[in-house]
Structures are given as structure tokens and as C-alpha cells.
Ligand binder design. Structure first.
Ligand code: SF4
Length: 588
């Protein structure tokens, strides 16, 4: 008889569960000396958030007089030590000033005025995995203290909005009671650690990468010197399964690969490893690139921690626009960065040619929606569509109930702003889908609308020039009337150039723009992709008025449908045309 995959919630542990737990903790237990200098000291004075105590005050060698304003705020008061201040603001029902608005983000609390005169809470959901109980609890929190709805983000995470200051301490303590946290989810910290959302049940994966995402999550939560970096920092773990987690858009992407037996001297043992990619930041038009490193999975947390510490010490503390890892790599070169990383590790870094590694197959585009068979025979995962990540309280509670009734009480979030309910017995798939439909959500995909994502936009972000989520929902509706393209197309809405929904790597990207008469509109970019389709989209049109956007996108898709060669994807088709040619084709 087939055995259901374990979620670890049952009393007692089976041999399979013990193996899983051991592998979960292995990355932490194996490497007690990660990130320490040769003299055994941590790389910074953690009590001062990376501040040295030399005669002239400096932050990792940058004189205090030269640092940027947020660096000064971090120096003046460590944002990790402001609990009393959070309580005082809650007691007085008072919003923070500019400096404390920045510090509160270290606790996942974002004061988002003027978009909304309230706090947004951003969580950490490592590997995008949570339980039905946690989803119920989070939804209760949103209903009791916030706006009553949830947003799934493009880092497979949740955001909850519309909290008053008086609620913030209860929000943080209730989160902890649910076994969740928001610590370090904003400002200059390491963001939610993502992992392929089908990890552990994907028939095509090289390995289950959840233990490494969670291992790094717990490591950084417990290392004070890994907060307060020069800027935000993203890390992803790619399993090699069907659904990508956009690893090449992260500062560090760990991509699972297989190394076969090789008789050459010095060759690694056959097995599963990670390739390490560095420097992704698509808002600045750059992807993470392979470094030549081949890392044993049990070393991945240590390598990540060492790399982040080098960034913390050497990143730019003066200019926020040049503070991301990409700019340190440009200034130093990858080799120097890897040498500095190696000095912080108790084991050597191994190089191995990329060409000698079996890399993941191309992802299944839109594979996050619908029913897929799991590696556990007799079980399926059901991918549920959300309208650009938004879930009402009723829908969120309903999905939690559904995960318990039909699955094992477990849910996964995807970087495509959708949810997956795994471990549904094949015999119950139809009933589960009916239950999803009753919630007003879908499990069906089509090639035009299955990959529409949107950042927060004007409803909750002060930088936004457009109401991205509403516009994404309207486009989804409009495109349901057109003839479907032959292959899946991703459409990314971002409200401003910060690129939270990665407009430069969608097949079609829309960037919010305020037009000369003050109206909302978008610039339109075409032909971006990630992974096997990696490439930065090219701008085709500027300042399209909002009422013209849906007809234009429908026309672009229709042009692709009617002009592409047999078997040609949108990216392939659009990239073989110049910008001028595309403008002409779309204007006909
Ligand atoms: Fe806000 Fe811009 Fe990010 Fe959208 S892309 S959430 S508008 S900062």
C-alpha cells in the first residue's frame, strides 16, 4: 500500500521522518565555525550592528561622516533593540518618525503612509511552506487587527495590511504564538529565503531543498551580525523540479545539479550538489551568474553565511544606489569576492566546470497551477490561482480547511503569487477542485493569464505610479476573451522602477508611470525571461494610458499567436525582432 508523505505533524517519528529531520539540521550541525575569522572572532561587533570602536567612528571602515542616512539610523540605535519603543508606540497608538519607520522594518512592520495610513506586516515563510493552522491563525490576525485580507508576494511570502499602531505588539506576539516570524523581513536585511515550491514531492527534482532554505532562515535569525547589511539581500534554493523559484534574480542562487562519475583527478564524488550564482538584481537589469563553485548541500548554509558577511563588511555604506551585492562584485570582481568568502570558511571552496554538471531541465511555465502528480504514488498537488496574490479572509480560511480535509494540512506559496495544496489523494482531486471553486478561486490555467503577477502598487505602496493589482485583475478578465497563445506567457506588473514584480524578466512587463497630465499609465517592455529563457526585456512603448493597456496587451498576444513560427515561444519570437519591428507589428 502506498504510504502518504509525512508532514511531521503526527505524534512520534518514523524512520523516514527522523532522516528528514537529520537532514534538516545537518547544515547547521556540520559547520560550527561558519563565518568566523581565523582568530575565532565574529566578523563584526554584533552589539553595535557592525560598528567598530576605533577612535574615529566608522561602520566597517566607512567614517560615520560619510555614511548614508539609514546607516546613521542603524548606528544611532540598533533596530533589533527597540522593543520598548514598539510597546510605547502601541500604547500611544502613535506612528513612528522617519528614522523609526526605517527601524520598525527590521521587525517586519512597514508604515506605508501616504498610500495607507497604517502598517503593513511582512512575514518570513522560509521555502514558502506553512501549515493550515498557521494560515488560519494569520487570517484571524488580519481579520482581528488588520484589513482582513492577505497578499501572497513574489518572494513566496505573506503580507498583511492595515494595522493601527496600537495593534503592532499584539501582531508580533500573536505571530510568534503561531510559530511564525517577521524579524528581519524589511530594510537592510536578508529577505524571505525561497525554495522551489514543489520541493519534497516533485518527481523531477534533484533534491528537496527545504532543509537548506530553512537552515539558512534559522541561522540568520540567530546571528545579530547578519542583520543591518548595506542593503537588502535575496537568497533562493532551486531544486531542479518543474517550477522555478527565479534563482537567477537573487543575490545568491543555489541551483541543484547532478555530477556523474568522473575518472579525472580531483573530480568530485558523483552526487547532488549546488551550483552557486551571484549578483542577481533585475531592477538594475542584471541576473545572477554562475561562479564556477560546486558546493555540497551540507555546506550551503555555511557558504551563504560567509558570502553575506563579506558583503556586510565590504558593501557600500555611503550610496544606497550602489549598495547591493552587484556593485561590490563589479568593484572587486567575483574572484576576489570568492577569496574573501573562502577565508571565512573552515573548508575549501571547490571549483568545477558548469559543463560537467547536469543542470535542471527547463521549468514548466505556468506549472504552478492545476493538478500535478507527486513523486509519492497516488498523491497529487493542486496549484490554486489567486488574483495577483490577493486572498480574502474567507478564501484564506477556506484554503486552510481544504489543505486539512484533502491534504496533510500543509500549503506552499510560490513566487508566482499562487498557492499549492500538496498530498491530495488522487481519488479526492475532483472534490478538492470543487472546493477551490466554491471559494471563488481557480485551478485552471490558460496561456494568456496563467502567469500574471503584480506588486503591491498604489493601494499600499508610496512609490507606486499605478494601481497594479487592480489593473492585473482587469487584464486577467480582458484576456479571457482572446484566443489563447500557443505557449504560456508571463505578464509582470510593477508600480515603479524598483521592480518588485520583476518587470524586466516577464515575457511582457508593465512599469507604472505617471503621465504628463497626471493620469496613470505604463511603460511596456517585451521579451524578458529567467532561467532557460534568461534575458532583460526591451522597452517597446512608453506612457501608455491605462485605458489603452488591455487592448494593447491583447493585440501583442494576438500578433504573437498569428505571426510566430511553429513551436516558437513568445520570448523566441519577440527576440528575433528589433524594437522598431515590434513597434510596427503592434501598431498595425
Ligand atoms: Fe512599491 Fe515599486 Fe515595489 Fe511596486 S515595485 S511594491 S510600487 S516599490
Amino acid at each position: 500500500m502506498a504510504t502518504a508523505p509525512s508532514t511531521g505533524h503526527e505524534p512520534g517519528f518514523s524512520a523516514e521522518q527522523i532522516g528528514w529531520l537529520e537532514s534538516f539540521f545537518a547544515p547547521l550541525a556540520d559547520r560550527p565555525f561558519v563565518g568566523l575569522l581565523p582568530n575565532g572572532q565574529l566578523t563584526s561587533d554584533s552589539s553595535a550592528a557592525g560598528t567598530n570602536q576605533a577612535a574615529e567612528p566608522a561602520i566597517f571602515g566607512t567614517p560615520l561622516a560619510d555614511v548614508s542616512k539609514p546607516e546613521r539610523w542603524k548606528y544611532d540605535e540598533n533596530p533589533l533593540d527597540i522593543w520598548d519603543k514598539l510597546v510605547a508606540h502601541a500604547d500611544a497608538d502613535r506612528f513612528p518618525d522617519e528614522a523609526d519607520t526605517f527601524r520598525f522594518k527590521f521587525h517586519g512592520l512597514f508604515y506605508v503612509a501616504p498610500a495607507q495610513d497604517s502598517f503593513m506586516l511582512r512575514l518570513r515563510i522560509p521555502a514558502g511552506e506553512l501549515t493550515a493552522e498557521q494560515l488560519h491563525g494569520l487570517t484571524d490576525l488580519a481579520e482581528d487587527l488588520g484589513g482582513g485580507y492577505l497578499h501572497v508576494t513574489t518572494r513566496a511570502n505573506f503580507q498583511v495590511r492595515e494595522f493601527r499602531p496600537k495593534g503592532i505588539v499584539r501582531v508580533l506576539t500573536r505571530l510568534q504564538e503561531l510559530g511564525l516570524t517577521s524579524r528581519g523581513s524589511g530594510a537592510d536585511n536578508i529577505r524571505n529565503i525561497t525554495a522551489s515550491p514543489t520541493s519534497g514531492f516533485d518527481p523531477g527534482e534533484f533534491l528537496d531543498v527545504r532543509p537548506f532554505a530553512k537552515g539558512l532562515h534559522h541561522y540568520i535569525l540567530n546571528q545579530r551580525d547578519l542583520y543591518g547589511l548595506p542593503r537588502k539581500f535575496n537568497v533562493a534554493f532551486e531544486s531542479g523540479g518543474a517550477i522555478c523559484t527565479a534563482a537567477d534574480t537573487n543575490d545568491i542562487g543555489f541551483v541543484a545539479c547532478r555530477v556523474r562519475d568522473n575518472a579525472a583527478p580531483g573530480s568530485p564524488e558523483a552526487g547532488i550538489y549546488f551550483r552557486v550564482q551571484l549578483g542577481g538584481i533585475t531592477g538594475h537589469k542584471d541576473f545572477a551568474r554562475d561562479t564556477g563553485l560546486l558546493v555540497r548541500p551540507s555546506d550551503a548554509v555555511a557558504v551563504a553565511a560567509a558570502m553575506i558577511r563579506v558583503f556586510s563588511e565590504q558593501g557600500d555604506r555611503t550610496d544606497r544606489k550602489k549598495a547591493r551585492l552587484k556593485y561590490l562584485l563589479e568593484r572587486w570582481g567575483v574572484e576576489k569576492y570568492l577569496e574573501a568568502t573562502a577565508q571565512k570558511l573552515a573548508f575549501p571552496l571547490r571549483r568545477w566546470p558548469l559543463a560537467q554538471c547536469e543542470m535542471p531541465r527547463a521549468e514548466v511555465k505556468h506549472g504552478w497551477i492545476g493538478v500535478t502528480k507527486q513523486s509519492q504514488r497516488g498523491f497529487c498537488a493542486i496549484g490554486v490561482r489567486t488574483p495577483a496574490g490577493r486572498l480574502s479572509g474567507r478564501q484564506a480560511h477556506g484554503l486552510a480547511d481544504l489543505a486539512k480535509r484533502f491534504g496533510k494540512g500543509e500549503l506552499r506559496l510560490t513566487v508566482w503569487q499562487n498557492l499549492i495544496v500538496p498530498h491530495v489523494p488522487e481519488s479526492q482531486v475532483d472534490d478538492a477542485i470543487r472546493a477551490v471553486h466554491k471559494l471563488g478561486l481557480g485551478t485552471e490555467s490558460d496561456n494568456a493569464t496563467g502567469g500574471i503577477i503584480a506588486c503591491t502598487g498604489k493601494m499600499g505602496c508610496r512609490y507606486a505610479a499605478a494601481d497594479t493589482k487592480a489593473h492585473a485583475a482587469a487584464l486577467t478578465k480582458a484576456l479571457q476573451k482572446i484566443k489563447e497563445p500557443e505557449f504560456p506567457v508571463n505578464i509582470h506588473f510593477t508600480g515603479c522602477p524598483h521592480s518588485c514584480a520583476q518587470h524586466y524578466c516577464g515575457d511582457i512587463g508593465l512599469v507604472g508611470a505617471k503621465l504628463s497630465d497626471g493620469a496613470e499609465g505604463y511603460h511596456v517592455v517585451i521579451g524578458g525571461g529567467m532561467g532557460a529563457e534568461q534575458g532583460i526585456a526591451r522597452e517597446i512603448f512608453r506612457g501608455i494610458r491605462i485605458e489603452e493597456v488591455n487592448p494593447l496587451i491583447a493585440r501583442i498576444l494576438e500578433c504573437y499567436r498569428s505571426h510566430h513560427a511553429a513551436g516558437e515561444t513568445f520570448v523566441q519570437w519577440s527576440r528575433r525582432h528589433s524594437v522598431g519591428e515590434l513597434q510596427e507589428i503592434f501598431s498595425d
